[in-house]
Design a protein around this ligand. Structure first.
Ligand SMILES: Nc1ncnc2c1ncn2[C@@H]1O[C@H](COP(=O)(O)OP(=O)(O)OP(=O)(O)O)[C@@H](O)[C@H]1O
Ligand SMILES: [Mg+2]
Length: 431
């Protein structure tokens, strides 16, 4: 059966007809856009049992309908007064790019064909059409639409799965970091705790069996208690830092001069059990300077380096700390990694002026070339089981990176090792 629709003459512009058909949800929705009432009605008759039908007599109404309803396929007449079918198709695709379209016209030109194809029309039918061709075209478009929405659903599901995997990965990473943080707290608190326990032993020896305390005993205890209190505060600061609590507060804390930090470090090292009979000296800066890195972090970095230097051999040796302010940026080209040298954090280093330079130099055995590349790895230690955790230098590395500083190691087997810390500095503001 062939149905012929006159195309050229425009008759009426009928109001949109929405036919609410009580059908199951999965029924497709077909939008018929034609400015001829007869054509619209014919299409409605053909498809009313299969799809939900929306009808529009002009482009504006068609776009409005597309904004309000989920349209699967649109059958569009190309020749319409006002907005042409091609324009309507363009706007429909703008509202919902997944809408499939079947174009109808009596005047097929390659130009309109090309335009329709560019807008991804699914089919192109000549008027007058026969019912079976139209049915096949719409069924094909509906099929494409279903496939597309299935692909979308699958893509969504895949994305959901990827998101879940990603968040699982993040959780795993967080668990690892948490473990690392706890290990770091234990590592760094171990130093102050050793000092505290040593001092308590000393006090016990002094007042162990005494029934009465002499003035000197009291002075002795008061002095030790001061150090113990400092160490306890240190422990609290370390745990706070790692747990991220009060981070801001400590960053807002007034800047302390580097020489004060070196003095505190000296106090800590002088009561540290690793000092033994080693020679230990601290040379402060000729002119004091301040750094943006948190004071406890600076001490923590230098303490880790100094304790390593003290522990590098059981033979008596010397460890020397020297601070200096630099007023020229570092010539990074001059630093070359090799069997005796390593420079850390070149990529993030804030190489401005002034710079703080603090070196920790020992006359120990040096680091063999095959060991040097490994020393900053977490848990790497040559100290043997139960002696070292191998976390010290990885903590140092993390803190230096955070502060946008750099760390250079120069070592020579049989001669000793020098770790040099470079930190962005600021002139000291005297209150
Ligand atoms: N000054 C140094 N001289 C010689 N070797 C060093 C020196 N500093 C570090 N190392 C080497 O680097 C390794 C890793 O140091 P790191 O501070 O990370 O761990 P550790 O000192 O072994 O353990 P922990 O810090 O828990 O005591 C050391 O085991 C040692 O082999
Ligand atoms: Mg160490």
């Amino acid at each position: 059966m062939a149905i012929y629709f006159p195309v050229a003459a425009v008759t009426t512009t009928a109001p949109p007809l929405v036919l609410p058909l009580a059908q199951p949800k999965r029924k497709g929705t077909l939008l018929v856009v034609d400015d001829e009432d007869g054509a619209r009605q014919s299409l409605r008759v053909i498809f009313k049992d299969e799809y939900e039908i929306l009808m529009a007599g002009d482009g504006v109404t068609a776009v409005e309908l597309a904004q309000k309803h989920r349209i699967d396929v649109a059958v569009l007449d190309i020749r319409m007064t006002g907005m042409s079918g091609i324009e309507v198709l363009e706007r429909l695709k703008f509202v919902n790019p997944s809408i499939e379209a079947v174009m109808m016209t009596a005047f097929e030109t390659t130009d309109t064909m090309r335009q329709a194809l560019r807008l991804r029309a699914c089919d192109y039918i000549n008027k007058p059409f026969d019912v079976s061709t139209m049915r096949a075209a719409v069924a094909n478009a509906m099929h494409r639409r279903t496939l597309e929405s299935e692909i979308h659903t699958n893509a969504d599901k895949l994305q959901q799965l990827l998101d879940e995997l990603q968040s699982q990965k993040i959780e795993e990473q967080m668990a690892n970091t948490r473990g690392e943080i706890y290990a770091s707290i234990i590592h760094d608190i171990n130093g102050p705790l050793t000092v505290i326990s040593g001092f308590i032993q000393l006090m016990n020896q002094r007042i162990g069996n005494a029934t009465k305390l002499e003035v000197e005993d009291l002075e002795f205890i008061k002095d030790r208690l001061k150090t113990i209190t400092r160490q306890v505060t240190n422990c609290i600061e370390i745990s706070r830092r790692y747990l991220g609590f009060l981070r801001r507060q400590s960053e807002d804390a007034p800047r302390v001069g580097v020489n004060q930090l070196l003095k505190d470090l000296g106090h800590l090292v002088r009561v540290h059990p690793s000092l033994q009979s080693n020679q230990f000296t601290v040379h402060p800066l000729a002119q004091d300077i301040s750094v943006s890195m948190n004071g406890t972090d600076v001490i923590q970095v230098l303490l880790n380096l100094t304790v390593n230097a003290l522990q590098c051999t059981p033979q008596p040796h010397s460890v020397e700390i020297e601070g200096r302010a630099l007023h020229q940026p570092l010539d990074l080209v001059a630093f070359k990694d090799g069997p005796q040298d390593r420079l850390l954090n070149v990529e993030n280093f804030e190489n401005g002026v002034p710079l703080l330079m603090v070196s920790v130099c020992d006359s120990g055995p040096g680091i063999p070339p095959e060991i040097l590349p490994k020393i900053f790895q977490a848990y790497f230690s040559t100290k043997g089981a139960h002696q070292g955790t191998g976390l010290g230098l990885s903590i140092v590395q993390r803190l230096v990176k955070e502060a946008r500083g750099a760390l250079h190691v120069h070592t020579q087997v049989g001669q000793g090792t020098t770790f040099t810390l470079y930190l962005p500095a600021i002139p000291l503001v005297v209150a």
